[in-house]
Ligand binder design. Structure first.
Ligand code: FES
Ligand SMILES: [Fe+2]
Length: 443
């Protein structure tokens, strides 16, 4: 069946077709047009500190080896042998001097140059010009605050331009402390039975679902003597951010709830550290960002951050109905060990493979995916109209389009506007021109 992407999301009415979550054609188009042209998060640089360290990451449907070179620089190589496409490494990370293909033994150096083939000098492979058969390299790499991104498209904007105002929001979590953030425990991976966009979109705006989806898990995290009536939830303020690049965030502030609320999730030691370092953060990032208690955000298309809990995640697309979640936890590098442990334990028991909050979200997303096995359900338009037009430029404290309160689907609307642009337009000149027309328009 022929497909017109413009039929899948109508920006004027904010109505979405559920086909975006289940259709093979849509998925293939995303892999071809979106994931090969956007800047994608590859891994924290801390994942590969030493020469020869490598980490196998994913860029859409492609597996890519990120590898530290002898001179300290980083390269990213397609994990594909140029002989018959075997994976060059079957490991997910490690340290090596070369990559030797496990199939017929072609050997590549850390920079991806083909160095050796079996039986050289015996007159069977000596005519092959090795300089022409190196690994395919990701042409553009760039780091933001130690977070490594890659992009296949030489015409794409710089990473800085691509992030735009989202960088200001990222800094709330990545640049809070002079000493920086420290990666703990590598990457946690798990698979969910849902489309990658469900998580990416939820993390861009959705504070609403927490009221219905997460109370049981939060109650379970509370100590037996915890007095829930002491909580004044009305004191929790919040704003959404979005822009024409499809990024989005929800941030919460509260002057009264910070320690009790965070305590539930990361324990009293970490929550106390949060409270005590607030003046330092306010001095470093200004009072607006210094007040922020928690939040989450999505860097378009598939990287998300949970702030307050200090985790970064990728929604790695496997198929329309399957996503691999990759999850990294960070703690303040200068914090005492006790605080770091409390922070890591709290984060990993709330989110990630063993997280109680994570399982709530996973249940909601797989329910959506089950519903959409239905032929009628796939034809039913979905409503994305909450707080339409509430996001505007000009907030004195927060850059980009900002909503009046916590509950606003504007970032989801921006996400799908950007998504349509990427799937339908042929090059970055057209994409930028189209985005420029949408810039500043209320969502
Ligand atoms: S597939 Fe790699 S050497 Fe044959
Ligand atoms: Fe959630």
């Amino acid at each position: 069946m022929a497909m017109d992407v413009h039929d899948l999301y109508d920006a004027d009415t904010a109505v979405l077709s559920p086909r975006v979550f289940v259709d093979d054609q849509v998925f293939d188009l995303e892999m071809e047009r979106l994931f090969t042209r956007c800047w994608l998060f590859l891994c924290p640089e801390q994942q590969i500190p030493n020469p020869g360290d490598f980490f196998v990451t994913q860029m859409g449907s492609d597996r890519v080896i990120v590898v530290r070179q002898r001179d300290g620089s980083i390269k990213a190589l397609l994990n594909q042998c140029r002989h018959r496409s075997s994976e060059l490494t079957l490991e997910s990370c490690g340290n090596t001097r070369t990559f030797t293909c496990p199939y017929h033994g072609w050997t590549y150096d850390l920079a991806g140059n083909l160095r050796r083939m079996p039986h050289e000098g015996e007159g069977i492979v000596d005519h092959i010009d090795k300089s022409q058969w190196g690994c395919i390299e990701v042409p553009r790499l760039s780091s933001y605050r130690g977070l490594l991104f890659g992009c296949w498209d030489p015409e794409a904007p710089t990473l800085e331009e691509y992030l735009g105002d989202a960088a200001w929001y990222l800094d709330i979590w990545c640049d809070r402390f002079e000493g920086g953030m420290e990666l703990v425990g590598g990457v946690i991976k798990f698979v969910g039975a849902s489309n990658w966009k469900l998580g990416a979109e939820q993390f861009a705006w959705d504070d609403l679902h927490a009221e219905s989806t997460h109370p049981a898990s939060l109650m379970a995290s509370m100590p037996a003597d915890f007095d829930i009536t002491s909580f004044d939830f009305a004191a929790l303020e919040g704003w959404c951010f979005t822009d024409e690049n499809g990024h989005g965030s929800i941030i919460n502030s509260s002057d009264s709830l910070d320690v009790p609320l965070l305590s539930l999730l990361v324990g009293p030691d970490a929550a106390g550290y949060w409270r005590d370092t607030r003046p330092e953060v306010a001095q470093r990032l200004g009072t607006a960002r210094g007040r922020v208690l928690a939040g989450h955000m999505t860097v378009f298309p598939n990287m998300s951050v949970v702030g307050g809990m200090n985790s970064i995640r990728m929604w790695q697309p496997i198929s329309p109905n399957e996503t691999e979640m990759w999850f990294w936890v960070f703690v303040p590098a200068d914090a005492p060990e006790k605080v770091k442990r409390s922070w890591y334990r709290g984060t990993a028991s709330s989110f990630g493979a063993g997280g109680v909050i994570e399982s709530d979200d996973g249940a909601a997303w797989s329910s959506i995916q089950r519903t959409l096995r239905g032929a009628m359900a796939r034809r039913t338009p979905l409503n994305m109209q909450m707080a339409m037009g509430h996001m505007k430029n000009g907030n004195p404290d927060y850059p980009g389009l900002v909503s009046k309160n916590r509950f606003c689907e504007g970032p989801a609307r921006s996400f799908y506007e950007r998504w349509v642009e990427l799937l339908t337009l042929d090059d970055w000149a057209q994409i930028n021109a189209s985005a420029a027309k949408r810039a500043g328009a209320q969502r």
